[in-house]
Write a protein of this length. Structure first.
Length: 384
């Protein structure tokens, strides 16, 4: 006889790691609360990044499957809108299938959606199947998918401050590893860096950002005459194809650096670092918050709603990060953002920024969502 579970959870979200990682964080907390008694299904997009992210995952006490949805991005351009509409029925059916399959082995089923174009079809499937659903909004400016799903969700949560009073505020959501990081020395050793040297983390996101890459190298060159730049070292996630030129740039400055297209363990990168230059995606802002890392945030410049800038506002208002403007052109970027970068090299200012972030509280939003899932399923935690 196959094992029966008290709780099954369908996690909807895909297309980027930024939607899948929060779902994995919530799954980790459910595994702590109900070890061996909860099972999950991740409904994701057809994009290869989704399969890659999940293929590398194993959560103790939590078994899960992946189901690929035919859902397409929500867009207003005629052809893109037509693709979304034509695939809507299939995306709802994928959600219903995931729910029905979990019902066969689980006493209760709940749906958790973290946004992105995969989520609305699954949320509609939850409504059709009569199971409760939780909407978890991650950005300070809710996207089209989340605005659509609000009408169907049993509980509506947000891990970022928004102007929508109907969204219940929780803390940022991060993986357990981001809350249980090793010492700076141990983390630096993983990147084969000097264990005692101050470290700057640079990341333009999982795909990298050429404008951020150019800015950092040029700005450090501007600063080399006024401070001992070579006393610092760098961990730089640069995106594919930029590794060689960046390595040469750091070598010319006499700066020791780990340069790579993609960092698998961002928890180690943040643990190793004293400060960071980053984009303003919801996941990155949550990581800065969780690790209390002072930062210069350069929001992605092509979002019409500037939501990355708004994502960083709470940390900026608290004094934990500076928010600059990515003006694309390297010289203009240096002129506009050099003073904000200089601030990160001042030890007293870094300490004040870190303390400011600490004052915002713990980044324990994943546990909050997990407890709400148990509440909706009307089950009790067996551990944690």
């Amino acid at each position: 006889m196959s094992k029966r579970y008290e709780l099954g959870v369908v996690f909807a979200g895909g297309g980027t790691g930024g939607h899948i990682q929060p779902n994995l964080a919530i799954a980790e907390q459910l595994a702590l609360l109900m070890p061996g008694n909860v099972r999950g299904t991740f409904v994701t997009s057809e994009r290869p990044i989704d399969a890659k992210v999940l293929s590398d995952e194993a959560i103790e006490g939590f078994e899960f499957d992946q189901l690929v949805s035919p859902a397409k991005p929500i867009a207003m351009k005629p052809m893109a809108l037509a693709r979304f509409v034509l695939n809507w029925g299939g995306s709802v059916r994928a959600g219903r299938r995931a729910i029905r399959e979990l019902k066969q082995s689980c006493d209760r089923v709940v749906v958790v959606s973290t946004g992105g174009f995969v989520s609305p079809g699954v949320a509609m499937g939850a409504r059709a199947e009569g199971v409760p659903s939780v909407l978890v909004n991650l950005d300070a400016v809710p996207g089209k998918a989340n605005r659509l799903m609000k009408r169907w969700a049993t509980r509506q949560l947000t891990s970022a401050p928004t102007s929508d009073a109907r969204l219940e505020r929780i803390a940022p959501i991060v993986r357990r590893s981001m809350l249980e990081t090793p010492s700076q020395e141990e983390a630096r050793a993983q990147f084969e860096l000097d264990e005692s040297r101050h470290t700057l983390l640079v990341t333009g996101g999982s795909q990298g950002a050429q404008s951020v890459n150019d800015f950092v190298v040029r700005a450090l060159k501007e600063l080399e005459d006024e401070m001992d730049i070579a006393s610092w070292q760098v961990i730089h996630q640069c995106g594919k194809g930029a590794e060689e030129s960046l390595t040469e740039g750091y070598d010319a400055l006499g700066i020791r650096a780990w340069v790579g297209a993609y960092i698998e363990r961002m928890d180690l990168a943040f643990a190793a670092s004293d400060a960071a230059v980053t984009r303003g995606g919801a996941g990155t802002i949550a990581d800065l918050w969780a690790t209390r890392t002072p930062g210069l945030v350069l929001p992605y410049p092509y979002h019409a709603d500037e939501h990355q800038k708004v994502n960083a506002k709470e940390l900026e208002d608290a004094g934990g990060v500076s928010v600059g403007s990515d003006r694309i052109e390297p010289g203009v970027n240096v002129r506009e953002n050099l003073e904000k970068l200089r601030k990160l090299f001042d030890p007293e200012l870094r300490r004040e920024m870190s303390v400011a972030i600490e004052g915002l509280g713990a980044a324990d939003g994943a546990r909050s969502v997990a407890l709400i899932v148990l509440e909706l399923a009307e089950v009790s935690a067996s551990a944690g």
